[in-house]
Design a protein around this ligand. Structure first.
Ligand code: FES
Ligand code: FES
Length: 168
């Protein structure tokens, strides 16, 4: 459960200033209390990697890491992330060097339209953070909340396992 440090939540004509860490750097957004983290990232910070699809916590396209744990950003209030660390797909690569998961997605043909891909990547990034040597069942469980309308599941599972093998 996220907490809101009192000093971070300063009501201002219905708006709240939220300071947080995004992809390792400081960030600040001024949002209505009801604004979701997804909207704050996309519309407030210009980070459009997390996708809006169902916007009701069923598809996983909006998945990001919050303090290292995968969450649906469409179901997370921005004000509840004050003082916390958010990681999005934009933070996976290191400069021009793609993350092992991104390389594995390319190698294993793990996407078609790509709309679900950032969410799949972040769910798997969260898994590898807590379990660097996951089983196939672990990988399947990690992306079980991420729908892929293109049906690229086989490649996604293979890519998750391949990235884990290279990372561990
Ligand atoms: S857009 Fe968040 S779960 Fe679908
Ligand atoms: S690649 Fe199209 S929805 Fe997953």
């Amino acid at each position: 459960m996220c907490t809101v440090p009192k000093e971070a939540a300063r009501p201002l004509r219905g708006l709240v200033d939220v300071e947080l860490t995004v992809n390792g750097g400081p960030a600040a957004v001024r949002v209505p209390v009801h604004r979701t983290l997804l909207d704050a990232l996309r519309d407030g910070l210009g980070l459009t990697g997390a996708k809006r699809a169902c916007n009701e916590g069923t598809c996983g396209a909006c998945t990001v890491l919050l303090d290292g744990v995968a969450v649906y950003s469409c179901m997370t209030l921005a004000v509840r992330c004050a003082g916390r660390s958010v990681e999005t797909v934009e933070g996976l690569a290191r400069g021009r060097d793609l993350h092992p998961l991104q390389l594995a997605f390319i190698e294993h043909d793990a996407f078609q339209c790509g709309y679900c891909t950032s969410g799949q990547l972040m769910s798997l990034a969260g898994l590898l953070r807590r379990n660097p040597a996951p089983s196939e069942a672990d990988v399947r469980e990690a992306v079980s909340g991420n729908l892929c309308r293109c049906g690229a599941y086989e490649g996604i599972i293979k890519a998750g396992l391949a990235a884990a093998a290279k990372s561990s």
